[in-house]
Ligand binder design. Structure first.
Ligand code: LRH
Length: 462
């Protein structure tokens, strides 16, 4: 049986085919697209048409290879789209790095504690609740036409199926869902200044929504394709595939470094908010205690900005090797410094932050970044152990970061944990497994996680 996964990241989107045969799950990449983070007058935004086109092309390429049983979309968290009666965008969705988040967060200061306690969300300027509140203040004229609020993956699931539905793990990243009960939180929606009616039907991960929209069924191979909600949130998909046991943490290392542990009863541990963690949605009633830390996008920026400054062409493997070989006394950056949130010139920002880095080469700069990220990760892992009541001895890593030898080295060294590389494509594996459970091809979520744990899921065939 074959299912199709659209895994949308902030940097790029992929269409991956996952084939279950003989008890093993094998992945093939059919399409990759990028460049959809663009700039509008007031800041960074998403070119939704480019994502749409990437999804259409991925669907066509996948369909050309044979029948597809189901399709699901997952995406990064927090960003949303507002639609009118006809399903058209009311405004261009801005990205979570847009400066309105900082403004929106300040405006809701009196509510921060209650938002964290009622919804489990991390109080960060990227949080949907702050962007949405600011959007409402900035756009009273457009407000009248808003009929639906959808998170990113849900927008594309809607475009594939014609069904407006809000998948719970992804909606949980909005800070608009109650941690107890899991319904939309009317208080928070009110504090944002949004009308309640635009927040639609919530559905759990692994729900079959229906067939593909008729106009998308362009070949026989798509005739029986079902649109499914896997977990809409990429982190929930990845954590499912990484399947951490007691005393283990999962890490999704990509643009962001997300660290977390599974909370079986789904309840919010005391001190979650105080320690800067959030409680996100997991699969099958579980929850994920998580912290989002700046991630490897900083290394991406360093490479871009360094190459632009010097005319050199340093690639990623070189960057990692130079960081590993660089002076061992290199100081670490504090990655939470606002200078590093959306740096237009990362080299300059680092030198301003740590004058000792002035005049240093790219190896030292990269080491300083890796070290800063790894130290923050190590502190986060210790806190995770304290919150979950079991010290962490092993970190199961998924995402692009698993291929970055320097990152895996610094993470192990700074955390003192065993660092195990899980599938690079952890989100894709998670989405495919959840789809296969929804279709009845795998008997249960537990059986699917067992496949992931034993390595039966996730072999990538180019
Ligand atoms: C990672 C992620 C994370 C945060 C961020 C904005 O892709 O989903 O959980 O929410 O994106």
């Amino acid at each position: 049986m074959r299912c199709l996964v659209f895994d949308l990241g902030a940097g790029s989107g992929r269409a991956m085919l996952a084939e279950l045969a003989g008890g093993r799950l094998v992945l093939h990449q059919v399409h990759r697209f990028s460049g959809y983070e663009v700039h509008v007058d007031d800041g960074p935004a998403w070119a939704i048409d480019m994502i749409r086109a990437g999804i259409r092309e991925g669907l066509a390429k996948a369909a050309a290879t044979g029948p597809i049983a189901s399709v699901a979309v997952d995406s990064w968290g927090v960003d949303f789209a507002l639609l009118d009666d006809d399903g058209a965008l009311v405004d261009t969705p801005r990205t979570y790095r847009h400066p309105r988040g900082v403004e929106g967060m300040a405006a809701l200061t009196p509510y921060h504690d209650r938002i964290a306690e009622q919804t489990g969300v991390q109080i960060l300027p990227i949080a949907t609740v702050f962007h949405l509140g600011q959007w409402a203040r900035d756009n009273p004229d457009k407000m009248q036409t808003v009929r639906h609020f959808l998170m990113m993956a849900d927008l594309h699931t809607y475009e594939l199926s014609g069904v407006v539905a809000c998948e719970k793990t992804l909606s949980r990243t909005s800070g608009l869902l109650q941690v107890d009960g899991g319904d939309w939180d009317r208080d928070v929606i009110g504090w944002c200044g949004m009308p309640e009616e635009i927040f639609g039907r919530l559905v759990g991960p692994g729900t079959v929504l229906g067939p593909l929209r008729r106009e998308l069924v362009t070949s026989e191979t798509l005739a029986g394709t079902k649109v499914v909600t896997a977990a809409g949130h990429d982190t929930a998909c990845a954590a499912f595939a990484l399947a951490p046991a007691d005393g283990e943490a999962f890490a999704c290392c990509g643009s962001w470094n997300l660290f977390g542990a599974d909370v079986a009863d789904g309840k919010l541990p005391k001190d979650t908010h105080r320690l800067g963690f959030g409680l996100e949605g997991g699969i099958g009633g579980r929850a994920l205690l998580t912290k989002s830390l700046p991630g490897l996008f900083l290394l991406r920026r360093l490479r871009e900005h360094w190459n632009a400054r010097t005319g050199e062409d340093v690639d990623f493997p070189e960057l990692g090797a130079m960081a590993l070989a660089a002076d061992r006394t290199t100081p670490a950056i504090a990655s939470s410094d606002p200078l590093f949130f959306d740096p237009a010139d990362l080299v300059g920002a680092m030198q301003e932050h740590l004058p000792a880095l002035q005049g240093k080469g790219i190896g030292v700069l990269a080491r300083s970044l890796y070290l800063g990220l790894a130290r923050d990760a190590a502190a986060c892992i210790r806190q995770l152990g304290a919150l979950s009541g079991t010290p962490i001895h092993t970190i199961r890593v998924g995402g692009g970061g698993t291929q970055d030898e320097a990152w895996m080295h610094f993470l192990a060294e700074e955390s003192g944990c065993r660092v195990v590389a899980g599938p690079v494509e952890a989100s894709v594996v998670g989405s495919a497994l959840i789809q296969l459970v929804a279709l009845g091809a795998i008997p249960s979520f537990a059986a699917a996680q067992e496949m992931a744990r034993t390595g039966a899921a996730g072999t990538l065939v180019q």
